[in-house]
Design a protein around this ligand. Structure first.
Ligand code: ADP
Ligand code: MG
Length: 157
């Protein structure tokens, strides 16, 4: 498996939003983002930034209780999943692949909180790991079997 990785420091919520916003502007259609980090690490905050970068104006709220939130008003659809409350059998019934296969749902960006619950990982994805560092967060972006250079992904557009 081909893997490359970059790390950044995000001092506050605003930095998380901006980082996500910048990333979203360059994401190819169909990108899957798996978000790792404890409760409160900033996973949902990062998806709020992605939403801004995709031009979604409505508020992005945590899907902890709804499991999946869909946003269609941006330049491509955003599917935001939070698998925290599910066990792996329930995740299998949810059939998360439907959000990135481009058949049942139009292709877009899929962001998954608690991807540890996925019975099977996608073939190709971006992994984002957030953890507390002082008052802020350390964020690690890793491309798993990804064709695109991460540096190009993070250039301002
Ligand atoms: N870079 C950051 N530095 C400090 N606090 C942050 C940062 N990013 C997000 N937060 C804060 O972390 C808290 C938890 O965020 P949330 O996105 O709900 O976490 P998660 O989805 O991982 O449980 C929020 O109060 C948010 O304001
Ligand atoms: Mg969350």
């Amino acid at each position: 498996m081909n893997e490359n990785s970059m790390q950044f420091f995000l001092p506050d919520l605003n930095a998380t939003h901006q980082w996500g916003q910048q990333l979203a502007q360059r994401l190819p259609l169909g990108t899957i983002i798996l978000l790792q980090g404890d409760l409160g690490a900033g996973k949902t905050s990062l998806v709020q930034g992605l939403g801004r970068g995709l031009g979604i104006v409505g508020e992005i709220v945590s899907p902890t209780f709804t499991i999946v939130n869909e946003y269609r008003e941006g330049k491509m659809p955003l599917y935001h999943l939070d698998l925290y409350r599910l066990n792996s059998l329930e995740v299998e019934y949810l059939y998360p692949e439907q959000y990135w296969q481009g058949e049942d749902f139009p292709l877009g960006i899929t962001a998954v909180e608690w991807p540890e619950r996925l019975p099977q990982l996608p073939n190709q994805y971006l992994q984002i790991e957030l953890c507390h560092q002082g008052e802020g967060r350390a964020i690690t972006l890793t491309a798993q079997d990804w064709a695109m250079d991460l540096k190009n992904l993070l250039l301002p557009s």
